[in-house]
Write a protein of this length. Structure first.
Lengths: 344, 304
């Protein structure tokens, strides 16, 4: 017997490798916590009961799940055409800024105002990725670095706006904008309609990518750009469209966060959702439907971070854990192709 | 005017210096064909390890060594996954950045905001420090500055372009199959390049907390790891050009500080955006040449 590589692995092979990677990563994390002197069994029990034990926990989980769904979807769409959008964090901020500006300055019935805010959020996110998109499509400029660096610019811009031109005139909260008068109505007590919108967007994008000519062209361009070009597909146009859609989705996540959860623009509002979205997409294997379970997993991890803080564990420990999950998934994906075969 | 110029140069030497070691490390790794996106995480780990080491009584030079060592250990894990197993370099690099930044922030909690217990002290070079402008800007810095700006780029240039090992390393980055056929041990060369590169990135982080800022705080690396990766690309993967690029970034960063200190009419947030925006502009504006042919591709004998 010896170890051989097989040419392809089915969907189940990938799923098994993903689940195994997550288990291994959490196992390593558990050992690390145990070595630091924590009672891992009790920690895990508390995390599970805080997330799933009662309705409030589940609703709070939903509030983390929906933005992760959208930022994950944003990164996944880009991956479908073979591009990395690492700028979800910045596009989230840009969407939040645009939506807040509309929410503070437009007078309209609630649903109209929310609709306008959503459009503004999408446009803000799309605008934030426009330069990297053009640079990639026309001059082949590496999109990983350009999208990522704009995250820092967006964070600085939000900080400037919240302490400067958009500062709350009543100073109810420091370093934040005024309260936005339009709030997304609740679906359950705490959980707002943004959750339903996020799930619907996942469905729409899944259909668009999987069942339309547009989606077909995107997938062909993603797996073999040259083949797509010689088949007469408008690769550059698709590339631009995919990137703008990706940025727009992250922007909508930012809009839902300000309109549904935070009700103001403030620094740190993106809560790493943009970065975690990249992991969601990677864990989901860039499949839009796979984004649903992958974002749930990261929502549980984020929720775990909140529980762990009550034990005095830094919330950054959870960030490290998510990195470990991603690392194990990358290694697991490779190992999934190895099989024991009789020596030839 | 002289005062202003001196201030900008002196800050540029330090601010740009933080980028140089990491950039040299990335040149080393990428020349061997491995794209390491984990620089940001490695720098964070180095920055925090340096601070923890000196907080426990180590002198600054030992702190810098600890910073390099810790980052090298994490680099070895990254290298094992990407070089030996052939896992996706982009994913593993992102994972390293996230895990490294998270771990560094968690470990650095107790030390956040405190001044470093030991740091590299400034030394004035006799005679040279009396030269106008340059004397105060360059020759009254801490001694590590000369290692960073002069010794590291020249040594790496010599290693890559003037030694047998450098030829092997570049061959592995251009065409690993051909290098393999010529008897070069591809996996060993790449492992060495990645681990060495990680150590340099860690030392860059250590320079940040032991020579530049002298303290640790959350998010202190602030995207420098990504600017480093960009520098390597538009520096054409050549050590000396990359170091010159780092100096340019030092000047841009310094302009931001000087602007804040002198109350320029531009809001400080916009001045702080300068290095990031300049990087994006350079990525788009400068022609990129000389990327190793096999950059990003894992090598496996059986899959040729």
């Amino acid at each position: 017997m010896r170890l051989r590589r097989v040419a392809s692995v089915g969907v189940w092979g990938i799923i098994v490798s993903r689940v195994a990677s997550v288990v291994v990563a959490l196992g390593i994390g558990g050992v690390a916590f145990a070595l630091c002197g924590y009672d891992v069994g009790r920690l895990a029990g508390d995390v599970v009961s805080a997330s799933f034990g009662n309705l409030f926990g589940i609703e709070d989980l939903g509030l983390l799940w929906s933005p992760l769904m959208l930022t994950g979807l944003a990164a996944a769409v880009a991956l479908r055409i073979g591009l990395w959008n690492i700028g979800g964090e910045g596009q989230f901020y840009a969407g939040a800024i645009a939506a807040t500006l509309v929410g503070l300055h437009v007078q309209a019935p609630l649903w109209v105002a929310l609709g306008l805010m959503a459009v503004a959020g999408f446009a803000g996110g799309a605008l934030w990725i426009a330069v990297p998109a053009v640079a990639r499509a026309f001059w082949a400029v590496d999109e990983i670095i350009t999208t990522l660096l704009l995250n820092f610019v967006a964070a600085l811009l939000v900080g400037y706006l919240c302490t400067g031109p958009m500062r709350d005139p009543h100073q109810a909260v420091t370093a934040a904008s005024a309260h936005i008068p339009y709030e997304i109505p609740p679906l359950l007590d705490d959980l707002h309609w943004g959750f339903a919108v996020s799930v619907a967007l996942v469905g729409v994008v899944a259909l668009l990518l999987g069942r339309s000519v547009w989606g077909y062209e995107v997938r062909v361009a993603g797996s073999n750009g040259r083949a797509a070009f010689y088949a007469g597909m408008p690769v550059r146009v698709r590339l631009m469209q995919v990137f703008l859609l990706s940025g727009g989705l992250a922007g909508v996540a930012g809009m839902l966060e300000v309109a549904g959860t935070v009700h103001r623009l403030q620094g740190g509002i993106s809560n790493n959702f943009g970065y975690l979205g990249i992991m969601v997409a990677a864990l989901a294997g860039a499949s839009p439907l796979g984004v649903l379970p992958a974002s749930l997993l990261l929502a549980v991890l984020l929720n775990a971070g909140i529980v762990l803080q009550s034990y005095g564990v830094s919330s950054y420990a959870v960030l490290a854990l998510t990195g470990l999950v991603l690392f194990c998934a990358a290694v697991g994906e490779r190992l999934a192709y190895l099989r024991m075969r009789p020596a030839a | 005017m002289i005062e202003l110029l001196t201030g900008i140069l002196a800050t540029a030497v330090l601010a740009g210096g933080v980028l140089v070691l990491g950039a040299m490390g990335e040149v080393l790794a990428e020349r061997s064909g491995v794209f390491n996106l984990g620089v940001e995480g490695l720098m964070a780990l180095g920055a925090v390890s340096g601070i923890v080491a000196v907080a426990h009584g180590a002198p600054a030079w030992l702190g810098l060594g600890v910073a390099a060592f810790v980052a090298a250990v994490f680099g070895a894990v990254f290298a094992a996954a990407t070089v030996i197993l052939g896992a996706n370099q982009t994913l593993c690099g992102l994972a390293l950045t996230v895990a490294g930044s998270g771990l560094a922030a968690a470990a650095g909690r107790p030390y956040a905001g405190q001044p470093a217990r030991a740091m590299f002290e400034a030394v004035s070079v006799p005679w040279l420090s009396a030269v106008p402008v340059l004397g105060r800007a360059v020759f009254t810095q801490n001694p590590v500055v000369y290692v960073v700006w002069i010794a590291a780029p020249l040594a790496l240039h010599w290693l890559l372009f003037r030694t047998r090992w450098g030829i092997s390393l570049r061959a592995v980055g251009e065409d690993p199959a051909a290098a393999d056929a010529a008897g070069v041990r591809v996996v060993a060369v790449r492992m060495a390049a990645v681990v060495g590169g990680a150590a340099l990135a860690g030392a860059g982080g250590g320079f940040l907390t032991l020579a530049y800022v002298p303290s640790w705080s959350d998010g202190i690396v602030g995207g420098r790891g990504w600017i480093v990766i960009a520098l390597v690309i538009f520096g054409g993967f050549r050590p000396v050009n990359v170091a010159l690029g780092a100096f340019g970034f030092g000047v841009i960063t310094a302009l931001g500080f000087v602007g804040q200190a002198r109350d320029w009419a531009v809001p400080p947030a916009f001045l702080s955006m300068l290095p990031y925006l300049a990087t994006v502009a350079c990525m788009i504006g400068l022609r990129r040449r000389g990327a190793p042919q096999a950059l990003g591709n894992p090598y496996n004998k059986e899959e040729r």
